[in-house]
Design a protein around this ligand. Structure first.
Ligand code: V47
Ligand code: SF4
Length: 386
């Protein structure tokens, strides 16, 4: 696959050898990824990432009509994940755990709407074990069988396994029987042990996070992956993290998409410690993380931008920096809105289409496995996928 990148687009001499490899379709090394993170030539990096993305995905930009449900914010790691503003201790003000009726009341918003996917994540709640989730998924599948269930991060799977004294695989099998379809990519944070010690001490380590996803992939359960950036990690930590993701993808091919997540510093302990309240990630770094993900993760088809964290306008701009997928029409979002996200709670279909068309791309609704369901051509016409 020849990748066209005009010489003039890459102005930083340090990037030229990397650009040569990209043109030749050669795999980038960890050193190349570091060079990309270090270079000031954002437009050069973006041009490379855009060329690679167009070769892989053409002009189509996908989104899914999904709805977030966060069933519990009670979490045993409340005091040690210092970046999290969402979790509560069981007796703390604001703590909640939904009953099945409350889950259904939220899920029912999907009944007559467009929603085709529930994205379900929450805290590590001692009161929410395997039976809580199997009942939830069975009920959801019974009532709304057309909706895909993307639920529970690797960290939650490991938590359920620990409290139930089961293996990760046993938990995954039981959840799949109850209706689980895929795993979301959260909980990864940054894998480096030094970073975890500072921001997520006691959380499932990087190797085990990869281990849970490996176990899921072995069962045929596909998953996403993420990286939380813009806190205390070094550029080398980012590369180490991406290297672990790329390696598992080489092994299993089970990842659907990579989603870099921008750290939000408001209303969490880490933000106070760093004196960063009100000072979020920068647009430059947001675009760079997406573009480097596209270039280094050569075995990933999809790079997703999460507009809730980086704003809809930046997500739109990211479509020229290697991104081919946008977080969809999220109906309600609690996790980032607990830590200062100023973005809207949800986005209408019209607003999403306008953003994607404004970037001169073709919007297409996809299912949770990235199969195109309908394309929205330039004239505004919808076309069902063949
Ligand atoms: O793992 C928590 C992050 C993640 C903060 O798989 C924070 O399709 C920023 O992973 N600032 C959960 N981020 C959400 C997630 C996700 C989102 C969208 C799509 C998918 C997918 C997955 O939220 C956590 C953590 O990294 N988070 N606190 C914060 N202060
Ligand atoms: Fe709990 Fe997840 Fe928040 Fe950590 S990030 S405190 S595991 S909800």
């Amino acid at each position: 696959m020849a990748i066209e990148i005009p010489e003039a687009f890459v102005r930083d001499p340090a990037l030229r050898p990397v650009a040569e490899k990209v043109r030749a379709g050669e795999r980038l090394t960890d050193r190349d990824a570091l060079t990309l993170f270090e270079s000031p030539d954002l437009l050069g990096i973006g041009a490379m990432a855009d060329a690679v993305n167009r070769a892989k995905n053409g002009d189509v930009v996908t989104f899914a009509a999904n709805q977030h449900i966060n069933p519990t914010n009670i979490c045993v790691l409340r005091k040690t994940c210092t970046f999290c503003g969402y979790a509560r201790l069981p007796k703390e003000a604001g703590a909640y755990r939904y009953t099945m009726d409350q889950v259904m009341a939220e899920a029912n918003l999907a009944r007559n709407g467009l929603t085709r996917e529930f994205h379900i994540v929450g805290g590590l709640d001692m009161g929410a074990g395997l039976a809580y989730y199997t009942e939830m998924f069975r009920t959801l599948k019974r009532e709304l069988p057309h909706v895909h269930i993307k639920a529970l991060t690797a960290v939650e799977i490991a938590h359920i396994a620990r409290i139930e004294k089961l293996s990760w695989t046993e938990v995954l099998v039981a959840l799949r029987e109850a209706g689980l379809d895929t795993l979301p990519g959260g909980g990864a944070e940054t894998f480096s042990a030094a970073v975890r010690e500072q921001i997520a001490d006691k959380k499932l380590g990087g190797a085990d996070f990869i281990g849970v996803h490996r176990a899921a992939h072995a069962l045929g359960i596909r998953s996403n992956c993420t990286m939380l950036y813009g806190h205390v990690e070094t550029l080398a930590d980012r590369v180490e993290h991406l290297a672990m993701l790329r390696q598992l993808q080489d092994e299993t091919g089970g990842f659907l998409a990579y989603i870099p997540l921008a750290y939000h510093p408001d209303d969490n302990e880490l933000g106070k410690q760093l004196g960063r309240e009100g000072v979020s990630s920068t647009g430059y770094d947001d675009l760079r993380n997406l573009a480097v993900g596209r270039l280094y993760l050569d075995n990933f088809q999809h790079i997703k931008s999460h507009w809730i964290m980086v704003t809809p306008f930046l997500s739109q701009t990211a479509l020229a920096f290697g991104v081919n997928d946008m977080e969809g029409t999220v109906v309600q979002e609690k996790i980032y809105h607990a830590v200062g996200a100023q973005t809207p709670q949800g986005m209408s279909l019209e607003a999403l289409l306008r953003l994607i068309r404004g970037a001169r791309r073709i919007p297409a609704e996809r299912d949770s496995f990235y199969r195109i369901l309908r394309r929205f051509d330039a004239t505004g016409e919808e076309a069902e996928a063949a």
